[in-house]
Design a protein around this ligand. Structure first.
Ligand SMILES: O=C(O)C1=C[C@@H](OP(=O)(O)O)[C@@H](O)[C@H](O)C1
Ligand SMILES: C=C(OP(=O)(O)O)C(=O)O
Length: 408
């Protein structure tokens, strides 16, 4: 479905409640399946988390996780240790192009029985669950941190725990730290020294525990962008967020200072964003620790007519779409100039935004959500708008609630 966002002005003050982080939820859902005494609050209502829940509760031997990268990677590890269970794990056309070899090889090295159903190195895969007896493995750490998190999530259920050696530059490190912190919250011990991570086997006396998932910081990024593009004085309150987040994308608080946006935490339950001043100085950033906010930031800069240099983007090519190419295509349709390499993006300063351009979203929720704030500057159309449900099903309803004018 294509929607049109009329040129909009938002309320001076508004508030939004976003549901739990999809990354934290998908980790905790898996941990809950391994440790049934855990209960969860504020779980993400995203498609990716619903798919994860269904995959963990079905008895079917065919599990389809559609576009959900974390579900694909985390469940590969999970089903590898479900002794006696045989599962084919598949996904969308794009999922079949997202590599999984690094994880499959590491699991095979530990003793797992996994084979490729179509193309070597890519989903779908067939997994026959087994007891894994080895405990040491090395893997490449610069392709996706999700492979590492997947192994860490099952590690405490292996007989002797796990010792992982990470080879090469480690990408998306905060997501690995998030995994280790969540393990710590349920009483699983681990250490991360240099390039070696160790996880101890689980103690037998796991206690009942309720964990509350913090709301999703990647989803919050679109409101940082909206406030940055709005007039000085505009404020949006977002809940439920805390100052010491497990989510690396909370670095938004520092990044958006550049755009004159302040973020003040209130009782560790909400954060108030406010546009304090305008600043159009060029922005230079390395986003290797926060790849999911690259699109948001590029579009904020384009909306404000600023130039930016974003680096550390090597993982963007294997996400829901090749996000570097998608950003270049769509910003250029709007009248901007973008140069990309395999790992960086340069946006030139510009002062014109073409009206009523139809933004293609390439089955990527973040393309739809990152471009939406542009409606504060010019009317814009978004193709396949329901793609947002991958991470944030209420996105369009929430935008309407703060004053965006959306027609079908
Ligand atoms: O572990 C996670 O929850 C995620 C890790 C990141 O992936 P990469 O490590 O592949 O960059 C991120 O882009 C993704 O949206 C979620
Ligand atoms: C890359 C993303 O998700 P995944 O890799 O889990 O599909 C994302 O949500 O931006």
């Amino acid at each position: 479905m294509q929607i049109t966002l009329q040129k909009s002005t938002i309320a001076k003050q508004s508030s939004i409640q976003i549901t739990g982080s999809k990354s934290e939820s998908n980790r905790l859902l898996l941990l809950k399946a391994l440790y049934p005494k855990i209960s969860l609050d504020n779980v993400s209502n995203s498609d990716d988390s619903n798919l994860m829940t269904n995959a963990l509760t079905t008895n079917s031997d065919l599990v389809d996780i559609n576009h959900a990268g974390t579900a694909m990677r985390f469940l590969t590890a999970y089903f590898s240790i479900q002794e006696g269970r045989e599962v084919t794990l598949t996904g969308s056309k794009r999922m079949k192009e997202r590599p999984i070899e690094v994880l499959v090889e590491a699991l095979q090295e530990l003793g797992a029985d996994i084979s490729y159903v179509e193309n070597e190195g890519y989903p779908p895969i067939k997994i026959i669950g087994k007891k894994l007896t080895k405990y040491k493995v090395s893997l490449k750490a610069n392709v996706s941190s999700q492979y590492i998190s997947a192994l860490l999530l099952i590690a405490s259920k292996l007989e002797n725990g796990l010792e992982l050696t990470l080879e090469g530059e480690i990408t998306s490190v905060p997501y690995i730290q998030m995994t280790l912190s969540l393990l710590d919250e349920i009483g699983v011990e681990s250490s991360f020294n240099g390039n070696v991570i160790t996880v101890k086997p689980a103690a037998n006396n796991q206690q009942p525990k309720t964990l509350t998932v913090e709301s999703d910081w990647s989803s919050a990024s679109y409101y940082f962008s909206i406030v940055a593009i709005s007039e000085v004085g505009t404020g949006i309150t977002l809940s439920s967020y805390k100052e010491n987040s497990l989510q690396g994308d909370s670095v938004l608080v520092n990044i958006y200072k550049h755009f004159g946006v302040s973020a003040v935490f209130n009782d560790n339950s909400s954060v108030i964003l406010k546009k304090e001043f305008s600043n159009l100085e060029p922005l230079t950033l390395n986003l290797k620790n926060a790849p999911d906010i690259a699109q948001t930031i590029a579009v904020t800069c384009f909306a404000l007519g600023m130039s930016c240099d974003l680096t550390g983007l090597h993982t963007l090519k294997i996400k829901e779409t090749d996000r570097l190419v998608a950003l270049k295509n769509e910003i250029e349709k709007l009248g901007g100039r973008v140069e990309i390499t395999d790992k960086s993006l340069h946006l030139s300063a510009s002062n014109k935004i073409n009206e009523l351009v139809s933004i293609e979203t390439y089955h990527d929720h973040r393309m739809a959500m990152a471009f939406a704030p542009l409606a504060l500057k010019a009317a814009i159309k978004i193709e396949d708008a329901m793609v947002v449900s991958k991470s944030y099903p209420a996105f369009w309803k929430d935008l309407e609630s703060i004053g965006f004018k959306i027609t079908k």
